[in-house]
Design a protein. Structure first.
Length: 484
């Protein structure tokens, strides 16, 4: 009884003193909520001042877009409260490196009643150049127009250092009071956002960059010209027009420069394929007569080999640029193109022949079958050369397959519809591809780890799809919001 009275007395005294029992520490996990920003109105900034002003038909646009996801204001805790948990830095690294350039005519699909009776609807042949860059999440992309109202022929031509983009801007001859058509060679600098006109030319639909990224090579009738960006007029480097050659009777309709700039592959209408050697100034005929259509011309990265496909898909061949010796990879005609793609080390050439993917070895000159489906698209090598990706159709299934050319191990990623083009991200972890479907057409990216497609550019309800797409590396290229 004395003990009980003593305990009650001690408790009464502690209560008067305001003491409380010791608290147990509990770990609390704090989450940061995010919301989607409301739709924003992009406000174009004035075109940058350059030595060569933009023509009136062009519009240079510089738009600053905010991220599509931003942290909620910290209303739950006071910034003055020393015990509050600070929010993380809202500046997050992009989920994948690099940025994407897109050339696209954004014209809407016309309704049937818009076309005149008994005639067809005419559309302005203009395209816009867009820059797309990733945010911190795969679905969080930012897209801005760089140039609008380009009357340019696809594709665009990216300089080797990935800082400039050359266009062939079409100008109808009627605007000049003549029956001929003109093309302006214009170069857009991705870093300072300036536009430079290099030259005017007739009947020009092809050009190539030299390795210095300061010189452009292009044909005019039988001859080849080089235009330097820091000079006022192009320089003639051939004399084929004055030549008495018994085979060079036509004009150069297609020109593709080798990566090292030593050779120019020429499709001479209608004489055949030729190779021009820059050091000696000589032009050598490779084949006799290939027709007037464009050829598939693909140089190996080491500039030793040129893969080409003649008209009407009549086979696939490889020529040694030094010896001019031709190797037949496939000689039969096919209703589908042979799609050649060189490995980064130039040791192998992957190509699809309707339903089969082959791998040609440049050392053994043998072609081996890698895989097959009902239909295979153009193959695409990963940046490190360890994998090949391609669109495929197998029965009722569409998708993208990724295959290891060494082991033959293949992984399929199902899609709702077939895609005929696949582009790798610079880090080799993501695939970029177009899809044209009823519910959501556009450009998608997909991780090769999880296989989940994310839409980055919606082209639904548009008449055209992007005609030129390239994924720049992380170290070069413009950034959204950059100032010239």
């Amino acid at each position: 009884m004395k003990t009980m009275l003593l305990c009650l007395a001690v408790g009464f005294i502690l209560a008067l003193l305001g003491c409380t029992p010791e608290q147990t520490a509990v770990q609390v996990t704090t989450t940061r909520a995010v919301v989607t920003s409301p739709a924003e109105t992009s406000t174009p900034s004035p075109a940058p001042a350059t030595e060569t002003p933009l023509p009136p038909t062009f519009t240079a646009v510089s738009v600053t877009l905010k991220p599509s996801q931003t942290p909620v204001s910290p209303t739950a805790t006071s910034a003055a409260d020393p015990t509050s948990t600070p929010l993380p830095d809202p500046t997050l690294e992009p989920f994948t490196p690099g940025s994407i350039l897109i050339l696209w005519n954004e014209a809407p699909t016309p309704s049937p009643d818009e076309a005149p009776e008994g005639g067809s609807m005419e559309f302005e042949p203009t395209v816009n150049l867009y820059l797309a860059q990733p945010g911190s999440m795969p679905e969080d992309w930012e897209v801005q127009p760089l140039l609008t109202n380009l009357r340019a022929l696809a594709p665009a031509y990216l300089s080797p250092d990935q800082t400039k983009l050359a266009f062939l801007n079409y100008e109808p001859g009627a605007s000049r009071g003549c029956l001929c058509d003109f093309y302006k060679i214009q170069v857009y600098n991705l870093l300072d956002k300036s536009l430079l006109q290099v030259d005017n030319a007739e009947y020009l639909d092809t050009l190539s960059w030299l390795p210095d990224s300061q010189s452009i090579v292009f044909p005019q009738e039988k001859d080849i010209f080089v235009a330097r960006l820091d000079e006022t007029s192009p320089q003639l480097i051939t004399n084929n027009s004055d030549s008495s050659s018994d085979w060079f009777e036509g004009q150069i309709g297609q020109l593709v420069s080798s990566p090292d700039g030593r050779f120019q592959a020429l499709n001479v209408y209608p004489d055949g394929l030729a190779i021009f050697k820059m050091d000696s100034g000589e032009t050598f005929q490779v084949t006799d007569g290939l027709g007037r259509d464009h050829l598939t011309l693909k140089w190996s990265p080491n500039s030793q080999w040129l893969a080409f496909t003649p008209d009407f898909n009549q086979g696939l061949f490889v020529v040694n640029a030094h010896t001019l010796q031709i190797t037949d990879l496939a000689t039969e005609s096919t209703p589908h193109y042979y799609f050649p793609a060189w490995a980064p080390d130039s040791k192998h050439l992957a190509f699809s022949q309707q339903n089969t993917l082959f791998l040609w070895d440049s050392e053994t000159h043998l072609a081996n079958e890698l895989t097959n489906s009902d239909y295979m698209s153009e193959p695409s090598w990963s940046p490190d050369g360890s994998r090949i990706a391609a669109g495929f159709i197998q029965g009722e299934q569409n998708g993208i397959m990724v295959i290891d050319p060494g082991s033959g191990q293949r992984q399929d990623f199902p899609l709702e519809i077939f895609t005929n083009s696949v582009i790798w991200s610079p880090d080799g972890q993501w695939l970029l591809f177009p899809l044209v479907q009823s519910d959501k057409s556009g450009l998608y990216v997909m991780s090769i780890e999880e296989g989940m497609p994310y839409l980055i550019l919606d082209t639904s309800g548009k008449l055209h799809i992007p005609k030129y797409i390239t994924w720049l590396s992380n170290a070069v290229g413009p950034k959204i919001g950059d100032k010239p």
